[in-house]
Design a binder for this molecule. Structure first.
Ligand code: ZN
Ligand code: ZN
Length: 404
């Protein structure tokens, strides 16, 4: 298939290459050349008046989240959760996210099924279940409950693992079962019922053990962390991506840049949780925690941008909140230039995933994930917040996506 007479957007070069022909060969881009004056042939996609944008990358989703009540989610049959996950993933693809990184809950089976074409969905990078200490952000038990079913087939965003030796085994098990990174809960969070947002979770010894085991297996560690202390410690101990980080200041932003780490803000989830959380099942104890981190998010992103840290795109939406995914673009455009926001969801996301040159770009040899948009998002990135209006077509794995 060829995409004809289209203006190709280059996020790193901050430029548009006018009137190009993109030649697709299966799931690869075979060539990007100036187009001739001949009209598109049958079977070609006519890009006249449209922009070709690299398929978007969301580096923080929870595909298996059925509701905003994560404890309730652990009680559903895995088949039910999988069915919901496929629906969520299809929605992400239709919004232009051709690659997503699941930050807790999805396993390699889901990624493999999508790669095999069992259902339409983005390329999926998984970490299995996030690792949490007892009483940490991945421990969803209400205060009065002692037992949780830790069978690996039980749905859920996290698993409780305490102690360095046990963490080593857990990381080895994740690597064995197809995780492409390891997620560590390193501070309190919103959905966990018994921890404090400003708590720091896991001992240094435990984090070191997890990081070392991950590195040995060729994986990296992602850390959920809100406070300056939790973020600085995570970076010092070798954690490579910082998730959320809403409360960081200029010093931690400089540390992110110095360590060459990635910052993955997830601004939209706090806006939506504040507005719709209770209706969508967020328990009252969690609603009270939203305010503590929501307001810091934009300032934290501004600090990271100014420090020159690598910023990737994330959303962190739960259950019925997923249709707000693209709202993240409009929020970020308040504090970052449009080209920078676009890079976060394309080239920087690809770099985070270790897929530079394969994802996030429209170039020979890259994967055939391409959006056709009505405006250049490099100068109008907030328009991506309304994907139904702004995105004329989504091409995923070399094929146009039929949108419902
Ligand atoms: Zn988190
Ligand atoms: Zn998350």
């Amino acid at each position: 298939m060829h995409i004809r007479h289209v203006d190709v957007v280059d996020p790193d070069g901050e430029r548009v290459l006018p009137d190009r022909r993109i030649v697709l060969d299966g799931d690869r881009i075979a060539a990007v050349t100036p187009d001739t004056s001949e009209p598109p042939a049958a079977g070609d996609l006519d890009g006249t008046g449209l922009y070709a944008v690299p398929g978007l990358i969301d580096c923080h989703v929870h595909a298996t989240s059925v509701t905003a009540d994560e404890w309730a989610d652990t009680g559903y049959p895995p088949s039910y959760v999988t069915a919901h996950a496929l629906r969520q993933l299809r929605g992400m693809l239709e919004r232009g996210f051709t690659t997503v990184r699941d930050a807790g809950g999805a396993d390699a089976g889901l990624a493999d099924a999508l790669d095999e074409g069992v259902a339409a969905g983005p390329r999926l990078y998984v970490c299995g279940k996030a690792l949490s200490q007892t009483g940490g952000h991945g421990d969803l038990r209400p205060r009065g409950r002692r037992h949780a079913d830790d069978h690996p087939a039980v749905p859920g965003i996290g698993q409780v693992v305490d102690g360095a030796p046990a963490l080593r085994v857990a990381v080895r098990e994740l690597a064995r079962s197809g995780a492409s990174f390891v997620k560590l809960m390193l501070s309190g969070g919103i959905s966990s019922p018994t921890d404090r947002i400003d708590g720091t979770q896991y001992s240094d010894e435990e984090v070191r053990a997890a990081v070392e085991e991950a590195q040995r297996a060729g994986l990296y560690c992602a850390g959920h962390a809100y406070t300056p202390q939790a973020v600085a410690r995570a970076l010092r101990l070798g954690v490579r991506t910082i998730e959320h980080g809403n409360l960081i200041g200029p010093e931690e932003a400089a540390l992110l840049a110095a360590y060459g780490a990635f910052y993955v803000p997830t601004l939209v989830t706090y806006t939506v949780l504040a507005e719709e959380g209770p209706r969508l099942g967020l328990p009252p104890a969690s609603v009270a925690k939203v305010a503590a981190v929501r307001d810091g998010g934009l300032a934290a992103l501004a600090h990271a941008h100014r420090a020159g840290a690598a910023v990737a795109f994330g959303t962190d939406l739960l259950g019925g909140m997923h249709h707000h995914q693209s709202g993240e673009f409009a929020l970020r455009a308040q504090v970052q230039p449009d080209w920078a926001v676009l890079r976060s969801a394309t080239t920087t996301g690809a770099r985070l995933l270790g897929a530079t040159g394969a994802l996030g770009v429209i170039a020979e040899g890259a994967r055939a994930d391409i959006l056709l948009t009505r405006h250049n998002p490099g100068t109008h990135v907030a328009l991506l917040a309304d994907p139904a209006a702004e995105i004329a077509a989504v091409v995923s794995r070399g094929r146009p996506v039929v949108r419902g």
